[in-house]
Structure formats: C-alpha cells, structure tokens
Design a binder for this molecule. Sequence first.
Ligand code: ZN
Length: 261
Amino acid sequence: MVTGRHTVFSCAANFLRGRKCIFCGSFQVLHTRRGYVKCGRCGKNKSLRRLRREIRILQGFYQLQPAYRLSQDLGLDVKVVTRVYHRIREALYHVTELEAGKLKGEIELDEAYFGGRRKGQRGRATAGKSVVFGLLEREGRVYTKVVESVSAEELLHHIQAHTRKGSVYFTDAFRGYQSLKRYGHHHTVNHAKTLVSRRTKNHINGIEGFWSYAKHILYQYRGVSKYHFPMYLKEVEYRFNHRQENVFKQFLKIYFGYVSP
Ligand SMILES: [Zn+2]
C-alpha cells in the first residue's frame, strides 16, 4: 500500500477516466460517439464501459474476491467475472514460467500437499491432494512445481532444471534429497532442533513461510479442482515474487498487454 490518499488502485484513475491508453500509456486518447476510447498513438480502441468493468473485476481479483461474490457486488453475470479471472490467471501462469530463470546461492527445498480432505502419506498424491515441490532462493524468488511423486529422481530433475549447479541447498531429512550432495552443498535441517537451527543459517523458514502464504490465499478459493490447481498455484507464486511491488498495477499491464514506456 502507498501512503497518504493514494492506494494501490490510484494507478488506474486515468484509465477509468478515459484519459490514458490502457494498451500503451499514451495520453493522446480520443472519445468516439459510440463510447469508445481510441488511442492516437497505438491506434487501439476499446469501449470505455467494458474497460471500466474489466478494471473493476481486476481490482476484485487483486483483493482475492471469489468470482460469484464479486459478480453480486458489481451486479454482473458471474460468467463475465469468470472470463476475466480466467484470462488474467492464464496470463500470469505464462509470465511466471517465463520469468522463472535459474535460482542460485542459498536455496531452500521442500514439498507440500494441497487440497483433499485427509492428511496424505508423504510422497503420494492420495485423497485428491496435489503435491507441490517448492524451491526458494533466500532473498529472492520462489519456484513451484506440481509433481506426480516426490521420488529422488523427480526432485533432482527439477533441481537441475531450476537451480544453478554448485548452489547451497537446505532441506529437511527426507530421503528424497539424499543424492543432492552430488549436485551442490547440502545442509539437512533437523526439525527437532528448530530453535538451535534458527540461530544459524540452517533452516527452511523461507519456504515454510511461502507455504503458509500459499495456503492463506488458496483458502479464499476453496474448492479449486486438481485440474485447475497448477494455474492457481502460479498466481500465488507471482503474487509472492512481486510482493514488494504494486501487484495490481502489474495485473493491469499483464492483462491488457500494456508496456510501461
Ligand atoms: Zn495507445
């Protein structure tokens, strides 16, 4: 949040007034008689009514409002809201994968289980659960992957694909991480000694913090199907990796394809 009277939503004011082009940021905007805004620079046009509606829906998306509730608040058909939500999520999925890159330095690794009702057995996607492998660079980004299993081979495959060789890895004592020392430096955290570990660098508090963050957000979207789960997870990853920025502003750019000059 920004201080004073400005909020994260202030950046949308000129778009809502039809003064600034949502596609290129130009102020050379003309209003047509049919209620469209037309840009004198990039030439794109859009109905101002629809533009306002989509921006309001993106505000609701930013605030984690369930689609059906937002549709009631805005007096819209739920399908209109769902369509915008789906489009932004799909775009976020691709952006997050594109900007992932390779993590380096001190990296925390851990797995977590989402969805389903009962507590599953470790390493298995039982009871409708999704298994997620998470890699977090300290002072940096997180990268997540929905996996079929947490076999040593599968974990090592993702570690090789998403981290630089020679990194320093922190994990718990799970067997799946045993072969890691062949790939970099490996520190194992003993959970029984958390208090001792916390004073040293030997902990996985960063990735555990991300799991709580993810569970808090996904709780707002109760009942996400296993099929749609990977897309929701990438949305969480995007929000987390950009939490120091105005994420709503980024959503506008990503949704409308607007590139800041
Ligand atoms: Zn333009």
